[in-house]
Design a protein around this ligand. Structure first.
Ligand SMILES: [Zn+2]
Length: 493
């Protein structure tokens, strides 16, 4: 009997004014899901490699991935979840399900999309078929997810570069459950804590220490996987918070002890995640003092990897005001500007008001006189380890607009900015820029740190700001740190 594999992934930001739609997931079903992921460094690529290495038959269910945005429209979510249920129910019952999820997906009226999808899977498959999942390090793990899953394998890296490995580990665990070698238990400890993503990298700092502690715990007998979840903090939902999960063989008490031990260290280190943001004007001045380039300026408050619309002009307006002598590049989402550039044609000069089109609270459009440098279909393929390497992405149609030395890559739709290939695919090589502006809190470091002269996070307003206390939270459980400074760990943690 085969093992079923599926992937349904999106990170949401409930403060985003841009809803997520069905089409954003571009779902593919059956054999097309295999074709999309075989040989790729994704979770499903890892599932496939591990299963095929063991000679296990694979039943592909579906693969769906969407760029981060606001809550999914309810009707669209129900369609996606319904298709998952139908495809999973088709044919003979699989021996196990391997499911790749983000862990921070939401829809209208659904705070816990992954718990909902897992509930569907459990209903279709019945109580005995193991379900093993992979999650992003920024997942908001819920009791429901931990109850249903027979194994949770969170990324150990941020910037995330270990999706393939986690897929492989999840598959190996599922095969051991099927073979009767282990009896899975999952422990979850939730913390009354949310933390900014900007200092959550696993190459240094507090998250590195927590990951090292997790690896030490995994050396204990019967403990298989210890995952630390820094949670995507821009979600105003119930059951919100950072967490630790432990997947173990049989010994539930040992799993609980390990989760509590690491949870306490996470709590003790919480202030180490606090970040220093630099005002954009000051960041540009600093970049101009640095010899050579590029200097990467991260506008994480408008991160297209954190659910922001990618339309902020907060940093753009300062780049334009600086009248740079050396080149800079930045990505912006503005479908109207793309249409106007398409109409004018390559080489034409256009007068436009660009940006600030979706999130009208946090930035305003800026007036520019720009030269249309390039027009394109907006397709590009990430190459760096991280999100979807080797899998073509679309930002809708795109235009490169030049305003003085500032090259603005404008897409009709949002796309990840963590990979320099985004700019390279449109004739802009970050290596030769003085300043590269990215919309990402941390993921960009994986590909940029090898050649960036310096990397700074700028302070502009936005729905994925690191300044968490500035956001209008209403539904999260209280007290929670840092919204409530006197928050304590529960006595029975
Ligand atoms: Zn993440």
């Amino acid at each position: 009997m085969p093992v079923a594999v599926a992937s349904i992934m999106q990170e949401s930001n409930t403060f985003s004014p841009v809803p997520t739609r069905y089409d954003d997931f571009a779902p593919v079903f059956g054999a097309a899901a295999l074709e999309k992921h075989r040989g790729k460094l994704t979770e499903m690529g890892g599932f496939l490699a591990a299963l095929e290495r063991q000679g296990v038959a694979v039943r592909p269910v579906m693969a769906a991935w969407a760029i981060t945005a606001g809550r999914m429209l309810r009707e669209d979510f129900d369609r996606l979840a319904g298709e998952f249920a139908d495809r999973l129910a088709k044919g003979a019952k699989p021996e196990a399900l391997l499911l790749s999820l983000h862990g921070a997906q939401t829809a209208e009226g659904v705070d816990d999309a992954e718990g909902h999808l897992l509930g569907i899977a459990r209903e279709v498959l019945g109580p005995r078929v193991p379900i093993v999942i992979t999650l992003d390090l920024h997942a908001n793990v819920t009791q429901r997810m931990a109850e249903i899953a027979d194994g949770i394998f969170g990324y150990r890296t941020y910037p995330h570069v270990d999706m393939f490995e986690m897929g492989g580990r999840a598959a190996d665990w599922a095969l051991r459950i099927i073979a009767g070698q282990v009896s899975p238990v999952v422990a979850l400890r939730k913390l009354p804590l949310i933390a900014p993503a900007e200092n959550m990298q696993t190459t240094s700092g507090p998250m590195l220490a927590l990951q090292q502690h997790a690896r030490r715990l995994e050396r204990r007998r019967r403990i298989e996987a210890v995952s630390v979840f820094g949670v995507q903090p821009w979600m105003d939902i119930e059951e919100m918070g950072c967490s630790v999960t432990v997947t173990a063989d049989g010994d539930a008490a040992a799993a609980e002890r390990a989760a509590a031990e690491l949870g306490r260290e996470f709590w003790e280190r919480r202030r180490e995640f606090d970040v220093q943001l630099v005002p954009p004007k000051q960041a540009i001045e600093r970049a101009l003092q640095v010899e050579g380039g590029p200097v990467v300026l991260s506008e994480s408050s408008d991160s297209t990897g954190s659910g922001s619309p990618g339309d902020s002009t907060g940093l753009l307006k300062e780049l334009l005001a600086a009248r740079l002598a050396e080149p800079a590049c930045i990505f912006l989402v503005d479908p109207k500007a793309v249409a106007a550039a398409m109409e004018a044609g390559v080489g034409a000069t256009v007068k436009l008001r660009i940006g600030g089109g979706f999130d009208r609270l946090n930035s305003k459009p800026v007036a520019v006189k720009a030269r249309v440098r390039m027009l394109s279909e907006g397709r590009w393929t990430p190459r760096a380890r991280g999100y979807n390497p080797g899998i073509e992405q679309s930002m809708g149609r795109a235009a490169v607009l030049d305003v003085g030395a500032v090259h603005i890559l404008v897409g009709e739709r949002s796309t990840m900015t963590v990979d320099p290939e985004l700019f390279r695919s449109h004739g802009l090589d970050p290596l030769y820029m003085k300043i590269v502006a990215v919309k990402s809190p941390n993921g960009f470091r994986a590909a940029y740190e090898s050649f960036a002269k310096e990397m700074l996070v700028v302070d502009t307003p936005g729905v994925s700001t690191a300044n968490l206390v500035s956001l209008p939270f209403q539904r999260v459980p209280r007290p929670i740190d840092p919204l409530d400074p006197r928050t304590r760990l529960p006595k029975d943690f």
